[in-house]
Design a binder for this molecule. Structure first.
Ligand SMILES: O=C(O)[C@H](O)[C@@H](O)[C@H](O)[C@H](O)COP(=O)(O)O
Length: 232
């Protein structure tokens, strides 16, 4: 699955860049994402992308010190960003824990997003936004029954008490996650099958049910994760 997602990712970026623009990509964290990033880095087709014309954002981050191996930024740099010729000014990690607290970090990221907005807009739009899905149906760091699910007035928030460690995180909110032309759910493993089935049946209270692409929403799942998809 990872190689298939990597091939689709490369094709999509080539397509976006063919119009001369900068491809706007939102990365996620987790094991599956890391496998996909490595597959992209190892793909012979990676040279078809002008990596200096790709802008990288994150959908969420573990609020840990800079360089912590558990940070989604660290994972993405190790698996992909350090292996292709990215423009450092176009890589926008969510702030690390450097004493300022997660609320200030989320506000700083919101300001970075606003500064990247196109003319006449207050926030950027993305070309591809990747999301992993937790067994509980969380996406990014938006967990079931957490207050962050209701936030509509800010693009990024601090998250406390996350059930998936570490407990303190930064996350984009649903309004920001929904500013992507394409949302890609990348899901692997039997432990996600229930969440995938519920999300695709539109379970209202499941975080994974909410993000939708402006143009397309893709579920890129392996057989194990697809086991409970009802015949739609
Ligand atoms: O910070 C994180 O952990 C992620 O952003 C999180 O949303 C992840 O994508 C899912 O939990 C799936 O993770 P796995 O692929 O490891 O199951």
């Amino acid at each position: 699955m990872a190689h298939a997602v990597a091939a689709r990712f490369i094709t999509k970026l080539v397509d976006v860049q063919s119009s001369g623009g900068v491809a706007q990509v939102v990365l996620t964290g987790g094991r599956v994402a890391a496998v996909v990033y490595r597959a992209v880095a190892e793909s012979p087709a990676r040279s078809a992308i002008d990596w200096r014309r790709v802008e990288f954002w994150w959908g969420d981050e573990r609020f840990l010190p800079d360089g912590d191996p558990e940070r989604n930024e660290t994972q993405a740099r190790d698996a992909l960003l350090s292996r292709v010729d990215v423009d450092p000014d176009r890589v926008h990690p969510m702030p690390a824990d450097s004493g300022q607290g997660p609320e200030a970090a989320a506000e700083a990221y919101a300001a970075t997003l606003a500064a990247a907005a196109g003319s006449g807009d207050d926030l950027p739009t993305f070309d591809v936004l990747m999301l992993g899905v937790g067994p509980d149906g969380h996406v990014a760091s938006l967990f079931p029954e957490h207050e962050g699910l209701q936030v509509e007035d800010r693009p990024a928030i601090a998250v406390h008490g996350a059930p998936k460690p570490p407990p303190t995180r930064i996350s984009l909110t649903f309004p920001m996650l929904n500013r992507a032309h394409e949302v890609w759910f990348v899901v692997s493993g039997e432990d996600k099958a229930k969440a995938v089935g519920l999300a695709l049946s539109g379970a209202a209270d499941l975080p994974a049910s909410a993000p939708k692409g402006l143009d397309r929403t893709l579920w890129l799942v392996d057989e194990a994760a697809a086991q409970e998809i009802n015949h739609i």
